[in-house]
Design a protein around this ligand. Structure first.
Ligand code: NAD
Ligand code: UDX
Length: 460
């Protein structure tokens, strides 16, 4: 197979940035250039101050520091990077379509198509094009058609190489993956990509399949993972009614090796840019093939997740004597999980929206999420004016400021640092009775109750 010397990655986001940084680190003999239309993002990746990188992931800034301007480059010159590369990864966003046919369900592939057209227009020699974005099954056929019909007569080979990293653990996931999946038709192209990963991943963990299996496996993996969370969350509601404890149930079932213990943590609901989008896409694909029962089956995973977010907010309102109007509620955490600054589809956004509809006043503290991001998330809901969002929601720089004078604290993200706070001091400055609603089952019930909190945790 052809030895790859230069890689281009289109899309410098949460996937393109970390993934390519790790390839550059593990393959010093390969030049990796990450390009993006978003110049501000590229500038941030090139910022001398590593605190300003656009993606926060433990271990990422060290790798960028080591490889940047050695064999890792960030640029807005997309044409040049395409022209020079032997292999081009497409890692652009594929959000849920918000217009037209499939609105609210299908993946919007316009950015993918733009990439294909740009690659075709620029390429003057043969290229291997790698789907790194998560795509509906059979997208490779559309890509191939665009490349072959609009190109300059050069050969394109398409591979599917979905990314399984989870945010917050992206670097360890990339350095030590459970498996790498490569789908394709052309043996040489497949071998070229296998050779890259083989620089640090055991061959036995590099799985090769046909294109369609690879594309579909990514949607399937996310659907199965999300389904586990919705399943345990469904049981959490039943635990609250019956005196069972959801952590005890999760442990008891998880010790069955057929079920397994991971991904059974009950929560206020899953968030993140992937689970909901990918399941909706799966539902849309199933419906488009007339597979109504299949579509309905997976749709329930989303319904259960929406229910869990509402159930949590409802419980807060009911407990606070059926009104939160004018009451201050402190949110600890806004990110969709710990160790990331990403807030896409975070449960916190929807819980806040629900409480704001009840005229609550919310104060937010998150160790990594900016105030601009939080206001943008609320404004994007179009539930109320941006002035009103700024009047009702305050973002503060310490947890103590957030909790000062609050009627209740809601824990929305499982940041480890929350466990280390002086909860005695926090309680003293709160309205009484002081309530904690733990949407992540993070804190210690006994410790909080001994201090005098009224403590609620999901599924207990
Ligand atoms: P992102 O929004 O963080 O990054 C995408 C980037 O692509 C943006 O910076 C955007 O400006 C750029 N872009 C869009 N169109 C472009 C174009 N035509 N030319 C150049 N740049 C362009 O998205 P992400 O979270 O990195 O996700 C990317 C893909 O990876 C999605 O398909 C997603 O489903 C998939 N994925 C995401 C994760 C995750 O944890 N975030 C994990 C696995 C897979
Ligand atoms: C997910 C997949 O795990 C990853 O393989 C894929 O590449 C991208 O989508 P990510 O969304 O980054 O990764 O994080 P993940 O750890 O899967 O968590 C998703 C959401 O589920 C978070 O909101 C998390 O808090 C929640 N979750 C996860 C639970 O509520 N309980 C669990 O047991 C696990």
């Amino acid at each position: 197979s052809k030895t790859i010397k230069k890689i281009c990655c289109i899309g410098a986001g949460y996937v393109g940035g970390p993934t390519m940084s790790v390839i550059a680190k593990q393959c010093p003999h390969i030049d990796v250039t990450i390009v993006d239309v978003n110049a501000a993002r590229i500038n941030a990746w090139n910022d001398k101050n590593l605190e300003n990188l656009p993606v926060y992931e433990p271990g990422l800034s060290e790798i960028v520091e080591e490889a940047r301007n050695r064999n890792l480059f960030f640029s807005t010159d997309i044409d040049r990077a395409i022209d020079e590369a032997d292999m081009i990864f497409i890692s652009v966003n594929t959000p849920t379509k918000n217009y037209g046919k499939g609105k609210g369900l299908a993946a919007d592939l316009k950015y993918i198509e733009l990439c294909a057209r740009q690659i075709a227009a620029v390429a003057k020699n043969n290229k291997i094009v790698v789907e790194k974005s998560t795509l509906p099954v059979r997208t490779a056929a559309a890509l191939k058609s665009i490349l072959d019909n609009t190109g300059n007569g050069v050969d394109f080979h398409i591979l599917s190489n979905p990314e399984f990293l989870a945010e917050g653990t992206a670097i360890t996931d990339l350095i030590n993956p459970d498996r790498v999946l490569i789908g394709g038709e052309n043996e040489n192209a497949i071998a070229a990509l296998v050779d890259i990963y083989a620089n640090w991943v055991e061959r036995s963990k590099i799985l090769t399949t046909n294109l369609w299996s690879s594309e579909l496996s990514k949607l399937t993996a996310n659907a199965f993972l999300a389904q586990r969370v919705s399943s345990i969350n469904a049981i959490s509601a039943l635990c609250e009614k019956t005196g069972a404890n959801v952590d005890e149930v999760a442990k008891a079932i998880g010790m069955d090796t057929r079920i397994g213990s991971k991904f059974l943590k009950a929560s206020v609901g899953f968030g993140g840019s992937c689970f909901q989008k990918d399941i909706l896409n799966l539902v849309y694909i199933a419906r488009s093939y007339g597979l109504t029962e299949v579509a309905d089956y997976w749709d329930q995973v989303i319904h259960m997740n929406d229910y869990q977010k509402h159930r949590f907010a409802d419980h807060i309102i009911q407990t606070l004597y059926n009104t939160v109007s004018g009451k201050k509620i402190a949110f600890l955490g806004w990110a969709f999980k710990k160790d990331t600054n990403d807030t896409r589809e975070s449960a916190a956004i929807y819980v806040a929206d629900y409480l704001l509809n009840e005229q609550a006043e919310i104060t937010v503290y998150d160790p990594k999420v900016s105030a601009e991001r939080i206001y943008a998330d609320l404004d994007d809901l179009n539930s109320r004016s941006s002035d009103e969002n700024r009047r009702l929601v305050k973002i503060v720089n310490t947890p103590y400021d957030a909790c000062d004078d609050a009627h209740a604290i809601a824990i929305l993200t499982e940041w480890d640092v929350f466990k280390t706070y002086d909860w005695q001091k926090i309680k003293e400055k709160m309205k009484k009775p002081a309530f904690v609603f733990d949407g992540r089952k993070l804190l210690n019930r006994k410790e909080l109750e001994d201090i005098g909190f009224k403590y609620y945790a999901i599924g207990e």
